[in-house]
Design a protein around this ligand. Structure first.
Ligand SMILES: [Ca+2]
Ligand SMILES: [Ca+2]
Length: 453
């Protein structure tokens, strides 16, 4: 269905937008590096420093740079612990804890590179939020939902979120004993806000085809594109080119040896690619073939996942129910934007990576092997709708029209009461944009742009 009308309501009076409440926890605006080092205490392999390489959108002049030197050991971890805050900070579940973070391509050698923001209350109880540190070296904004904190294994399991008095960063370097390596992060502007902080660049072009698996000459080509990511159990995933396929000749075949225990999963993850957008109205479709071998052990944790990552490494997940996972028939799965949950903190206009994952089960189960197929992951995007926006120009209002279709006639109409409309002008689009100046002599004016049929 094509939509032919667009409505813009312009209020010419003074608007009083309410600014979000922002509580700054740490902005690293220290006068000297010595002052920073008096406040932030590092572990043995972490070297903090004061840096002026701040993010383009940062309000201050300095940030904290931390050089890490990860030794060769399992679960290599370094920490930087901040000072006791002058005033305890309260973090409500619906608020966001945000900070700026610059990662490092050096982390790409790591098998586990999560960074955690720890919070401590006045009694010393603690909790944390975590994510994979970005492997790019651009500044990113990290938004954690206030209520989404987790207790690490060594925590008491309780925390007074109204009395947060200290923060710390924990940076993992590896899970396995990797060769020693060094990496650097920058952090800045740790704050609590009612709204997530976003500074997304303009959206990239949509990507119609995620993968139809037709272009891989052999298993090796497929495996050099995708990399494996498995649950921490000794689960093993083997990817190969599967035939026959419901689309073309080839599908993705995943043979997963699920380890015994709980929450066992295997996945393949694409490399980081040119950014692409997933417009809000778009629908992702794919074909999936499960394995009835799992029928006897299936529970709420038996899911197919399709996840996308933005440039900051933030992830959005579609998670199926068990039905397609235990069906040995092909299922067509349709995923709308809502199926990815809350994406307000994810730059859906600039996604760079996806992951295809099958989780075996949630309860304790013995080991089991199963085979899955995936094919024809693509995105359908609705017709691009024209956009009407307004800007002030020399005391007048300039109406900007974008995403027009060249050669089509549009009526620009105006109303002060949303009932009686008069035609301001008729525009024959000669490109995908047009603009029109109108006088700002009314308190309220509503405009609509109507395609003439
Ligand atoms: Ca700063
Ligand atoms: Ca195919």
């Amino acid at each position: 269905m094509r939509i032919h009308k667009w409505l813009l309501i312009v209020v010419f009076g003074v608007s009083s937008a309410s600014a979000a409440t922002v509580t700054v926890i740490e902005d690293f605006e220290y006068a000297t590096e010595e002052e920073l080092l008096l406040n932030w205490i590092p572990s043995g392999g972490a070297t903090p420093a004061l840096s002026t390489d701040v993010a383009p959108g940062a309000t201050g002049d300095s940030c904290m740079k931390v050089d890490f030197s990860f030794p060769s050991m399992a679960w290599a971890t370094e920490t930087i612990t901040g000072p006791v805050l002058d005033q305890p900070v309260s973090i409500a579940p619906e608020q966001y804890v945000t900070f700026r973070l610059r990662g490092d391509p050096a982390f790409s050698v790591s098998d586990y590179r999560d960074i955690f923001l720890y919070i401590y209350d006045a009694a010393g109880d603690f909790a944390r939020w975590g994510m994979q540190v970005p492997v790019g070296d651009d500044w990113q904004i990290i938004n954690f939902e206030g209520g989404a904190y987790q207790f690490p294994w060594d925590a008491s399991g309780t925390i007074d979120m109204s009395q947060i008095s200290r923060i710390a960063f924990f940076q993992y370097g590896s899970q396995a004993e990797l060769d020693p390596y060094t990496a650097t992060i920058y952090v800045d502007e740790v704050q609590v806000s009612d709204e997530p902080l976003t500074e997304f660049p303009p959206p990239s072009e949509p990507r119609d085809l995620i993968d139809d698996f037709e272009d891989y000459a052999d298993d090796q080509a497929l495996r050099s594109f995708y990399s494996y990511e498995n649950s921490w159990h000794p689960t093993v995933t083997v990817a190969s080119v599967g035939t026959p396929a419901p689309q073309g000749n080839q599908a993705l075949r995943l043979d997963i040896d699920f380890a015994a225990g709980q929450w066992t999963w295997g996945s393949v993850r694409s490399p980081i690619l040119e950014p692409f957008s997933l417009p809000p109205d778009s629908v992702v479709t794919l074909r999936f073939k499960g394995d009835s071998t799992l029928t006897g052990v299936a529970d709420a944790g038996s899911n197919f996942w399709l996840s996308f990552y933005d440039e900051g490494g933030k992830r959005m997940d579609y998670i199926s129910d068990a039905a397609p996972v235990i069906s040995s028939d092909w299922t067509t799965i349709q995923i709308t934007g809502d199926d990815f949950g809350d994406t307000s903190t994810i730059d859906t206009g600039n996604l760079v990576q996806w992951r295809i994952l099958v989780e075996g089960w949630a309860e304790d189960q013995p080991a089991l092997s199963a085979t899955f197929y995936v094919d024809d992951i693509r995105v359908s995007t609705p017709v691009i709708q024209p956009v009407l926006s307004a800007a002030r120009e020399n005391g007048n209002i300039r109406l900007d029209m974008a995403q027009l279709t060249s050669g089509v006639d549009y009526e620009l109409r105006s109303s002060t009461n949303l009932k009686d409309w008069t035609v301001v002008t008729v525009i024959t689009a000669d490109s995908d944009t047009a603009s029109q100046l109108v006088t700002a002599d009314q308190e309220i004016a509503c405009f609509q742009l109507v395609e003439r049929l």
